[in-house]
Design a protein around this ligand. Structure first.
Ligand code: ZN
Length: 471
């Protein structure tokens, strides 16, 4: 534990070491691409997902669908199965018996849910239907796997599915979903680029896909959320129809949108520093750590005050570190673990009726009257998140460059994200996609840039697009 973390500049090593040292995930499980959540990591997961749940619960109901999907259903939507067939895990046997119909471990749940939606939906009165679930999904990844980023078992896939009577309503739902995800990432202080994915990179079976990308410290982007308008494509395949007010039968329109534990990978990567985790107050497993600074003969008094403070703040996740280590070792440990607010109490503070406060994201230390702490916490948490967001946007801006000519763009992609302009011809899109992944037309970005310009390939009128190397 005494050895230092690799500096964050060596991002890949830093990330790998931090995940283990901060006890987020144990990477020693003996199956490639499968990882174990430590209790500490799972606490981060819980608080992050409780935000997501809180947002979803406003207008969705939580459900649970089985993890096994019959081959007959999975294969129904032609494009959809093409998009997933190389990544599916199959269950072929029950005990020693070969199964009549192979069962897929869900790679995503459209084909598990939609045959049931067909049974649930009869008339316009059953619409809209809005549900979500938080489940594990399986993908047979052949690329290099990485904890929280590229997994064979995605442990925390929040997927929402909605059904509507018209395309316009589905369209409206897509907008709402984008709004929900924006709020979610704002609460985590993570700035995102929001793009409409190009045709060739949309969700298999969707009309279009809107995606959220976070910019990682090494300049590659991480897709951290997607929203799909499915039109009536799946409804036609799975015969999801409803009786209209006039008694006619009509196909339903659908959307789906998802976020996985990649949101936690972004949280760790974007805010962390050379000392370890930096977490917004709302999601830190230890929101406030109280550290007694003990001197001989004064131990009892100092500890008593620390415990009183903890009692006063018990509506938060507060921890008094009464361990045997020296204060310096405790600071180090709680910096690594991203405790948001640190309160130190020594004999002098006891005498003055004060405490020493510092925030994980700042180097500053300051004194506060003891009876003022409790009323300040909310304000401190809010300010901290604001500072973290501002800093994250500044860091992001350093990794994004406007590249109006191709040469410059080729040189920059990989070091960071290139912004440029692209017309809508297929040929130009394919050409640009050779340089890096075209994330698509930029809908929102926390920087000020012109939304239209000359296509970087052919010079015709084009729209703002982002190009990057992706995870
Ligand atoms: Zn062009």
């Amino acid at each position: 534990m005494s050895e230092k973390l690799p500096p964050k500049e060596e991002f890949s090593e830093w990330y790998h070491e931090l995940i283990q040292r901060a006890e987020i995930m144990d990477v020693r499980y003996p199956v490639k691409g499968l990882y174990v959540w430590y209790p500490f990591g799972f606490k981060i997961r819980r608080s992050v997902y409780s935000i997501l749940r809180e947002i979803m619960d406003r207008e969705h109901e939580e459900v649970y669908f089985p993890a096994l999907i019959p081959e007959t259903e999975l294969g129904k939507e032609g494009e959809h199965i093409k998009g997933f067939e190389d990544e599916v895990y199959w269950v072929t046997h029950g005990g020693k018996d070969e199964l009549d119909v192979k069962l897929a471990l869900r790679p995503t749940s459209e084909t598990a849910m939609y045959p049931m939606f067909k049974l649930w939906i009869r008339s316009h009165a059953d619409l809209p239907l809005k549900v979500y679930q938080i489940v594990n999904t399986f993908r047979y990844e052949t690329k290099h796997t990485r904890p929280l980023i590229r997994l064979r078992e995605i442990t925390s896939f929040k997927e929402a599915h909605t059904v509507h009577s018209t395309f316009e309503e589905a369209e409206e739902q897509v907008k709402k979903a984008v709004g929900y995800y924006k709020e979610f990432y704002e609460r985590l202080a993570i700035p995102c680029i929001i793009c409409k994915r190009p045709e060739w990179d949309k969700f298999p079976g969707a009309v279009y896909t809107i995606a959220f990308d976070a910019v990682m410290p090494d300049g590659r982007t991480l897709q951290v959320g997607t929203v799909h308008n499915l039109g009536d494509n799946f409804a036609k395949t799975f015969e999801i129809t409803y009786e209209t007010v006039n008694g006619e039968h009509s196909f339903a329109y659908q959307t789906c949108y998802g976020i996985s534990e990649r949101c936690i990978a972004a949280l760790i990567s974007i805010h962390g520093d050379d000392l370890g985790l930096v977490l917004p107050f709302e999601v830190s497993p230890v929101q406030i750590v109280v550290i007694p600074v003990l001197y001989k003969g004064k131990e009892e008094e100092v500890l008593r005050v620390c415990r009183e403070i903890s009692e006063e703040l018990k509506r938060y996740r507060v921890f008094v570190d009464e361990g045997e280590e020296r204060p310096g070792a405790k600071y180090y440990k709680w910096e690594l673990k991203g405790a948001a607010i640190r309160i130190e109490v020594g004999p002098r503070e006891v005498e003055e009726n004060t405490v020493v406060v510092s925030f994980r994201d700042e180097r500053r230390k300051f004194k506060v009257k003891r009876d003022e702490i409790s009323s300040k916490i909310e304000e401190w948490a809010k300010e901290m998140r604001k500072r973290m967001y501002t800093k994250a946007v500044e860091e992001m801006a350093k990794r994004i460059k406007m590249c109006k000519d191709l040469e410059k763009l080729v040189e920059w992609v990989g070091k960071g994200v290139a912004l440029t302009y692209l017309c809508r011809s297929e040929r130009c899109g394919e050409e640009l996609d050779k340089v890096g992944s075209v994330l698509g037309e930029v809908l929102e970005i926390p920087l000020s840039v012109e939304s239209k310009g000359k296509c970087v390939i052919c010079g015709e009128e084009g729209r703002l697009v982002a190009v990057a190397k992706t995870y």
